[in-house]
Design a protein around this ligand. Structure first.
Ligand SMILES: Nc1nc2c(ncn2[C@@H]2O[C@H](COP(=O)(O)OP(=O)(O)OP(=O)(O)O)[C@@H](O)[C@H]2O)c(=O)[nH]1
Ligand SMILES: [Mg+2]
Length: 328
């Protein structure tokens, strides 16, 4: 990293997008010396973090998440706010793809002075699922962004990762059936705080209302995450900028309710505990692989496990025992 921690911090605090991007690359890096600098940086900026509203956004591919973010982002900016857009995309670790790779869909937002768009993280931290989005968010908060919008693909695991680092979870749905495909049976409905039925126009308004009714019935069977909050189902069009203000108001109403009941702080505290646990595991694993050239043994045991012949927990134990023998 050719920038000192100090330079990066000054850059972040002054809202220099190039240096913000450099700092994010630093916290995403798996190199040991970069991690060292990243920790130094994160420690310094910690007092300036925590002030944004962290919004998770999910929905099946093509539901209109990116289009929504573009419209919502512009709306928030017109309200005098600064908006950062991030993505959690576990598939990028596998195929090096990126859900925000096609930034074209957010072209207009990207042009805004008060917007910052960051494509998906690079491949996983030491072979695990890339999960530095929280640290990226810290950098954006220290840079003064008021809303952090995190887009995720609507396929399971990534929602959990997003729910673990956000304050409010928005589900973008399209009209009609395919509820299973749209994640209703996969527990997404248990995480969601606000629903937006997208792509609604005059021709399909009645269908949209039917979908809303179905959704509300489904939601009635799900225990509410927050006391005194009934998950609202709003209709609109991200492309035509309809219903966006209602969503903006609902998200803020939800945040205020959470703050009022202290749930806001409680949940963030729980999230921080999980982050701690995540990093303990990540650092221990990194340390193990580094010490005494164990990377190869690690890969071998992993291969044994993945061959479906040997038991994964046995292979893990063998690897840990090997590490302990070499280091104690
Ligand atoms: N008619 C109509 N089309 C829309 C609306 N919102 C989004 N679209 C279109 O739907 C398509 C998919 O939109 P995206 O915003 O890329 O959807 P996404 O959920 O981000 O998709 P992935 O990132 O691939 O998961 C695009 O062609 C959009 O123009 C809307 O309100 N009305
Ligand atoms: Mg998208």
């Amino acid at each position: 990293m050719k920038f000192s921690t100090e330079e990066l911090i000054i850059g972040i605090k002054s809202g220099n997008k190039r240096l913000i991007a450099k700092a994010i690359t630093l916290v995403e890096s798996k190199k040991a010396e970069h991690r060292l600098q990243a920790e130094e940086l994160l420690k310094e900026i910690m007092p300036f973090t925590g002030n944004a509203i962290r919004v998770g956004i999910t929905g099946v591919p093509g539901a209109g998440k990116s289009t929504f973010i573009e419209s919502f982002g512009k709306l928030a900016i017109s309200e005098g706010k600064k908006v950062a857009v991030l993505a959690i995309d576990p598939s990028s670790a596998i195929n090096k793809g990126s859900i925000l790779g096609d930034k074209t869909r957010m072209e207009e937002l990207a042009k805004e002075e008060n917007a910052f768009i960051r494509p998906s993280p690079s491949s996983g931290f030491l072979g695990g699922v890339a999960n530095t989005t929280f640290e990226t968010m810290m950098i954006c908060e220290a840079a003064g962004y008021d809303y952090i919008l995190i887009e995720t693909v609507g396929v399971g695991q990534s929602e959990v990762l997003v729910a673990d680092i956000t304050d409010v979870f928005l589900f973008i749905k399209i009209i009609g059936g395919g509820d299973e495909l749209q994640g209703i049976k996969r527990g997404i409905m248990e995480m969601v705080d606000v629903v937006f039925i997208n792509k609604v126009d005059d021709t399909n308004l009645q269908k949209a209302k039917n979908t809303r009714l179905e959704l509300k019935r489904a939601l009635d069977f799900i225990p509410s995450k927050e006391k005194n909050w009934k998950v609202p189902v709003l209709l609109g069009s991200a492309l035509e900028n309809k219903g966006l203000m209602d969503i903006y108001d609902k998200l803020n109403e939800f945040i205020n309710l959470k703050k009022h009941s202290q749930r806001f702080e409680i949940v963030r505290t729980q999230q921080a505990e999980k982050r701690f646990e995540y990093w303990v595991q990540a650092y221990i694993l990194a340390q193990m692989k580094r010490s005494g050239d164990l990377e190869e043994s690690y890969l071998q045991h992993k291969k044994n496990a993945s061959s479906l012949v040997s038991n994964p927990s046995t292979e893990a134990k063998l690897f840990v025992d090997l590490f302990l023998r070499k280091n104690l």
